[in-house]
Design a protein around this ligand. Sequence first.
Ligand SMILES: Cc1cc2nc3c(=O)[nH]c(=O)nc-3n(C[C@H](O)[C@H](O)[C@H](O)COP(=O)(O)OP(=O)(O)OC[C@H]3O[C@@H](n4cnc5c(N)ncnc54)[C@H](O)[C@@H]3O)c2cc1C
Length: 283
Amino acid sequence: MSRNIPQWLAPTSLQEALALRAQLGDEATVVAGGTFIGILMNQKIMQPQALLSLRNVSELAFIEASQDEGSLLRIGAMTTHRAVERSPLIRQEWPVLASTFSLVASPRVRNQATVGGVLADADYASDPPTLLQALNARVVVRSQKSEREIPVEELIIGYYETSLRPDELLVEVRVPRNRERVVYRKFRSRSSEDRPCVAVAAAQVDGKLRVVVGAVAEKPQYFPEICALAEGETGGYTRELVTEIGQRYAESIEPISDSRGSAAYRRRVIAVEVRRALEEMVP
Ligand SMILES: Cc1cc2nc3c(=O)[nH]c(=O)nc-3n(C[C@H](O)[C@H](O)[C@H](O)COP(=O)(O)OP(=O)(O)OC[C@H]3O[C@@H](n4cnc5c(N)ncnc54)[C@H](O)[C@@H]3O)c2cc1C
């Protein structure tokens, strides 16, 4: 029985990786931690001719923040989930980010899976993209010729679909410093290591509420007009307000049905989990 073994390309610098990307485009599949790609290949859903591994591109594995007020946290695309979860800087300054990454799968997966990988695979049931969108995070994508910075909500455009072009790599995530209130809730309907059935991130960013619901549709769901109901509520949210926002999110989303829950079940959970996230935000 013949078996096609893909060509293994392992650049050692970003420049080299971008050159290969420019030359091969979609003919070579990018591999970061390989936790997603590995499953697709094992199940023969995907049989790439070539794999472009970023494993040796050490300049893409970093966590940095400048100290001044209003600064950004910058996380390189090849930073593992485990590194985010354990970073003293992130634990101190962006604790919700550390705790959200710690909720992904198991330590074994988190030691491999990367920040770039979880965004670029655009799986509808991932945890970090929901929180990153609520925090108004942006990603930096580069090709040999250009660099652009786009909000997470413009990166993920559908089921397993991003706005990345064939010659681009995701190189960095930028998270604004956030000293306001942030909550992430992961509702699982099966095992403790499972992906979410419903994920809710709620954050105050520059005084404005951003509620994002993940794992319920093709991409994280955000409704600024519903969040605007909380405008001017400085002293905490009333029970009526948080119930209304939860209810409106449940009515506005067309939830999917999958093995983690039916559409009708998810709709009920969305209303409750959004309300609970907002209740948790009360100082
Ligand atoms: C058992 C198991 C349980 C899981 N549970 C959860 C969970 O509870 N919550 C959750 O959020 N996730 C979960 N995951 C998903 C896991 O987090 C993702 O598989 C992982 O984040 C993908 O990262 P990776 O580095 O392994 O990506 P890879 O598998 O290497 O790549 C994923 C995709 O992104 C592309 N890609 C990767 N890096 C780049 C880049 N820098 N530029 C452009 N394209 C790129 C690849 O071409 C590929 O299409 C689970 C995975 C497993 C295997």
